[in-house]
Design a protein around this ligand. Structure first.
Ligand SMILES: Cc1cc2nc3c(=O)[nH]c(=O)nc-3n(C[C@H](O)[C@H](O)[C@H](O)COP(=O)(O)OP(=O)(O)OC[C@H]3O[C@@H](n4cnc5c(N)ncnc54)[C@H](O)[C@@H]3O)c2cc1C
Length: 523
């Protein structure tokens, strides 16, 4: 096994730094054996071999004071720290750092739920708090509040929101519904944002902006600080909740459907994060690929149509829900039903209409009322466990929905992959969530997945569809999409990075932001 060291740091210095860090967090919370306790810090889903991102060490800190002390050591020895909360960012790099030799700063043990306020509907949590944990806490205490969770319930409230993640209730945009942060800057300075900057304030978790520039966004999807606390609004349990699914027979229905959906979303008639699953997505959650197709090559359209019939689904299947007073919900439903069934062949399903063991309906129904679960994670078993996600965004129009689907389907099929996708509608935009699934043990499949991913970004850029998240491998490629005005955005990020983190110790390369003085590799 080769030795993994941070770039430019001598072995003796690295050992001296680790000795100091062990004194800070306790020897039991520093991991440094590539063949042993560092194995959980590898990502087995991406298109590069896991060892190419082997950390030199992982540090599990338990408090703000410990993180501050670790920062001091990192500044002294110029150690690159790759920070996260739960480390479940699978499909984007999971628990691995961007490059081999980085130190992972794992904040899973900082998992206190510091406050839940039922009267005003919010919580304040630390970075290690998962959806499961917060949900369970609310249930145990009997709070009449819902959380909003990503599909994998083991994700973290803070990590997911910082990555601009999304869920399925009306509070689906997690960063939008966050309110107030506590951040450690690279030099160990503690900062509270918004109203939190004012000692004794009563509305840190209630009003986002405080006074002056709104800086919270700088600490999302970047590397300007370490978030140690974050507030989130929690939705009061509504008197009525009406989940629904409507199925559509033809692949071409996606265009008209998106045009029907837009005014319903813009006017907030349907308030939640709406998902339109292609049959491939629905099937991959419920079946293994080999159960559905045993011939070489991609699954052909004809077979997808059969699969839709076998699962009693459409080629597209929309999941949404209504919330509010029972009378209002019923009245609104009449309009929603009328609109969503304007497409010939549309079939409506409500609570109780699907078989009791319908895994697809059951987990979606839970997600739309914020009950975390792991059902959707089944889909990573589709073809061996390799998995790259892409989320190109466009205006919510039928033209974009149809065009994106056609473009990316052609691309994936050409590279030998099934087009596993869903389209998700938020306030005025839509994303086409494309999943490149491959067998990571197959070198040829890895290379095709990588080539497909790079071409996907190029096509998206050509058509003006901005990618929103990046797997570790494609951070620079995706940052390059946003190169308007002479690359002004990257230049501003660079200035901020160098000013706030002069030693370049915080997550070098995250979202394509590298310290100016970085001399190491950029993979
Ligand atoms: C099958 C499948 C389904 C998925 N469904 C969804 C979905 O419905 N919605 C969705 O949003 N995502 C989804 N994802 C993507 C991903 O799994 C989730 O977003 C997950 O919640 C991210 O992991 P995490 O919450 O543990 O975040 P982490 O891995 O802890 O953090 C993510 C990133 O945020 C930054 N970060 C985290 N904590 C801090 C901190 N304290 N300070 C500074 N930076 C920090 C780091 O850059 C880190 O890499 C899905 C993935 C798969 C494979």
């Amino acid at each position: 096994m080769p030795e993994y060291l941070p770039h430019g740091v001598a072995r003796e210095d690295f050992q001296a730094a680790l000795a100091e860090i062990r004194k800070i967090v306790g020897a039991a919370w520093v991991f440094s054996d590539p063949e042993g306790d560092l194995q959980p810090y590898l990502d087995h889903m991406s298109a590069v071999p896991p060892e190419t991102r082997m950390p030199s060490a992982a540090i599990s800190a338990a408090s703000v004071a410990e993180v501050q002390a670790v920062l001091q050591v990192a500044n002294q020895y110029k150690l690159p720290l790759w920070t996260y909360g739960n480390g479940k960012n699978f499909a984007y790099g999971g628990p691995a750092p961007k490059q081999a030799g980085y130190l992972v700063l794992d904040l899973k043990r900082m998992n206190r739920i510091l406050e839940v306020n039922e009267e005003s509907g919010y919580c304040l949590v630390e970075p290690g708090v998962s959806y499961f944990q917060l949900y369970q806490h609310l249930q145990e205490k009997g709070y009449k509040l819902w959380i909003d969770c990503a599909a994998p319930g083991w994700g973290g409230m803070i990590g997911n929101a910082l990555e601009h993640g999304a869920g399925y209730t009306p509070y689906a945009d997690h960063f939008l519904f966050s309110c107030g942060m506590e951040v450690l800057l690279a030099d160990g300075q503690l900062l509270r944002t918004g109203m939190g900057a004012m000692p004794g304030n009563t509305s840190w978790q209630l009003f986002k902006y405080g006074f002056g520039p709104y800086v919270d966004g700088m600490f999302s999807q970047g590397n300007f600080g370490i978030v140690t606390k974050m507030g989130f609004w929690l939705m009061p349990v509504p008197p009525a909740y009406k989940p629904f699914m409507v199925t559509y027979e033809k692949e071409e229905d996606i265009g008209p459907l998106m045009d029907i959906l837009r005014p319903l979303k813009m006017n907030m008639v349907i308030q939640n994060g709406v998902v339109i699953e292609h049959i491939s997505y629905s099937a991959s959650v419920q079946r293994l690929r080999k159960q559905l197709w045993d011939k070489p090559g991609i699954i052909p359209d004809e077979r997808w149509r059969e699969i839709a019939k076998e699962l009693d689904l459409g080629m597209w299947n929309i999941y949404g829900a209504l919330y509010g007073l029972p009378e209002n919900v019923e009245m609104t439903w009449q309009m929603v039903q009328h609109e969503l069934t304007r497409i010939p062949g549309a079939k409506v399903y409500l609570q109780g209409d699907r078989p009791a063991d319908d895994a697809g309906w059951n987990y979606r129904e839970k997600l739309m009322r914020g009950e975390p679960n792991m059902t959707e994670f089944n889909l990573v078993n589709w073809d061996g466990g390799g998995h790259l996600n892409f989320t190109p965004m466009a205006a919510m129009t039928g033209k974009n929905a149809a065009e994106m689907f056609a473009l990316f389907k052609e691309l994936l099929n050409r590279h030998g992959f099934d087009m596993i996708c869903e389209e998700v509608a938020m306030f005025r935009t839509m994303i086409t969530l494309v999943m490149i699934m491959f067998d990571p043990r197959d070198e040829d499949a890895r290379q095709r997945a990588d080539a497909c991913a790079r071409e996907l970004v190029a096509i998206a850029k050509q058509h003006g569809y901005g990618e929103l998240k990046a797997n570790l491998t494609y951070m620079d490629t995706i940052a390059d999409m946003y190169d308007g005005q002479g690359g002004a955005l990257r230049k501003v990020n660079q200035v901020i990075k160098d000013a706030l983190d002069p030693n370049g110790i915080l997550s070098p390369g995250k979202s394509g932001i590298w310290p100016s003085n970085w001399t190491g590799p950029r993979t």
